[in-house]
Design a protein around this ligand. Structure first.
Ligand SMILES: O=P(O)(O)OC[C@H]1O[C@H](O)[C@H](O)[C@@H](O)[C@@H]1O
Length: 527
């Protein structure tokens, strides 16, 4: 049995606090010692990735205390409890089972007589069969033509993860002969979002998946009606074009309006649902079930590493622990995620939800206020574009922002050219290497304006190429990191009461049940 304690009750945490500013990264990363750290401070991840933390503000002494903290706080045991079906989501009294959708880890979890692993696998098979039939032309539109496009209608967790994964593999799939259908996404209730997507496709050859775990989200239901209206106006029968991915208890599950329905359940949180039916249907349709299965394999392999008690062999836990050291001991309020990969352009946006909706909490899992800071602000953009934007603040601003780089030796598509002695891919990699050292070591100058203090910590996840497997491992890494951090802060990372208030107030505005400031703002828009 594990015990859930606040971070500030731990002996190891008191020890860790004594290690504030223990490592001067500028010094640690200088000369041969820096080279030694790059070689030694690296933890293997799944799918050939590795987590290199040489430029983080840690040394063996800090790592030892982080290992003590992991033990004292029973972090890996807590993970074990989670995937074996304990009620980890205390706010909603729910199990947290997204790891089971990756088909591995732990015992069978039976709820109301249903084996949950079998349920998730069955839904994946259902999506695979459906996708195969669409690709084979066995499921067509009413005119007998094949479907060429699939549009996901969803928001938040029903949009960000699947969209980030689709974008990550869209061009890879085209060059590797597995692009089956084009995918598009409608999420915002701004009518311009749906209109722009509808204007860009042939609706008669399109499938639309209404994705909503709850089946009650205003934006998604509005966009569903928007699309149905467009189908009807085009003389088409919406029920021959629309699918749903939802939980079995949602209002959408009870409707006969869909060509097919795919299910998930309340035990997979929206932001952790990318590879449940929420993302599985669109990704299987877009790339084929085999590619989707490869993403799952990459996740499952990384999940296995997250069960290691040795923190140096558990990159997800190690990354989480270092993040907590930075947040709670060093006092850094943000973390930037900086993929040097255009394919990962929406990955930071997905991580913003995953991380901030999970750990943006001020009370512990028993509802009591905590006396320490929790989740950092997450933001990011792909490099090198970010370098020409907010990196100024990262290099010379008054706040130190820990950085999480991601980079690959090879590009995804074989197209590249040598210009002035190097390929574009080499230039990309040279930039990330240079940035890590520039942030860590800085540069002295007599002119303060040109001086870089350095001492800015970063890590990098590095791999050969972004493939379905490495993408899956990368996603699982961050999901597991966020979960471990939630355990460390003793918060419930699996509910999101903080987003409810805005939704309730928006409904009141639309029903004209307002007064005071809310009425005044509504009047500005003539609602
Ligand atoms: O999938 P749905 O039930 O439509 O929910 C979509 C989104 O709604 C809310 O805003 C939640 O905060 C998100 O976590 C969720 O992903």
């Amino acid at each position: 049995m594990v015990t859930w304690n606040n971070l500030d009750t731990l002996t190891s945490y008191a020890k860790l606090k004594d290690l504030k500013d223990h490592v001067d990264i500028k010094e640690a990363m200088a000369g041969e010692n820096g080279a030694k750290r790059v070689a030694e401070y690296s933890a293997p991840m799944a799918s050939g990735l590795s987590f290199n933390y040489a430029a983080k503000q840690v040394d063996d002494e800090v790592l030892d205390v982080l290992a003590e903290l992991a033990d004292e706080h029973q972090l890996v045991d807590k993970f074990e409890e989670l995937y074996n079906g304990a009620i980890i989501n205390t706010g909603e009294q729910r199990l947290v089972l997204h790891h089971l959708a990756r088909r591995q880890l732990g015992k069978d979890v039976i709820v109301d007589g249903v084996n949950k692993r079998d349920f998730y696998v069955e839904q994946q098979k259902k999506a695979a069969d459906f996708a195969n039939k669409v690709h084979a032309g066995e499921i067509t539109n009413e005119a007998g033509e094949t479907f060429t496009t699939v549009v996901q209608i969803g928001i938040g967790g029903s949009d960000l993860g699947p969209r980030a994964l689709y974008i990550a593999l869209e061009n890879w799939a085209k060059t590797n002969g597995c692009a089956k259908m084009e995918a598009k996404f409608i999420s915002n209730v701004d009518p311009d979002d749906a209109a722009a997507v509808l204007n860009s496709i042939d609706v008669s050859r399109s499938l639309f998946i209404v994705v909503s775990k709850s089946g009650t989200t205003l934006e998604t239901l509005t966009n569903e009606a928007f699309v149905k209206d467009a189908l009807v106006k085009a003389g088409l029968n919406p029920s021959k074009h629309m699918l749903t991915a939802t939980s079995e208890t949602s209002p959408l599950a009870k409707s006969d309006d869909y060509l097919a329905a795919f299910f998930m359940d309340d035990f997979i949180g929206g932001r952790y649902s990318s590879v449940s039916s929420v993302g599985g249907v669109i990704l299987s349709l877009a790339f084929g079930p085999d590619v989707f299965a490869r993403i799952l394999d990459g996740m499952a392999e990384e999940d296995k590493l997250a069960t290691n008690k040795d923190i140096k062999a558990n990159p997800d836990l190690l990354d989480a622990l270092i993040g907590v050291y930075e947040r709670n001991v060093q006092g850094y309020p943000e973390t930037a995620v900086l993929p040097y990969s255009q394919a990962l352009s929406r990955f930071p946006a997905h991580l913003q939800q995953c991380d901030m909706e999970s750990n943006g909490k001020s009370v512990n899992r028993f509802g009591e206020p905590v006396d320490y800071v929790t989740g950092p602000i997450i933001f990011g953009e792909p490099g090198t574009n970010g370098q020409h934007s907010f990196y100024q603040l990262l290099h010379q601003g008054t706040d130190i922002v820990p950085l999480q780089f991601v980079g690959f030796k090879d590009s995804q598509l074989a197209t590249d050219v040598v210009i002035e002695g190097s390929t574009s891919q080499k230039k990309l990699c040279a930039n990330v290497a240079a940035q890590i050292v520039a942030f860590a070591c800085g540069k002295d100058d007599e002119n303060n304006n040109k001086k870089f203090e350095g001492g800015r910590p970063s890590s990098i996840i590095i791999g050969d190429q972004l493939t379905p497997e490495s993408l899956g491992s990368l996603l699982a890494h961050f999901e597991n990191k966020i979960m471990f951090q939630g355990f460390i802060w003793n918060v419930n990372s699996f509910d999101q009461e903080g987003v409810q208030l805005g939704k309730v107030l928006a409904k009141r505005v639309l029903a004209h049940e307002t007064d005071g400031a809310l009425k005044a703002y509504s009047d500005l828009f003539e609602i």
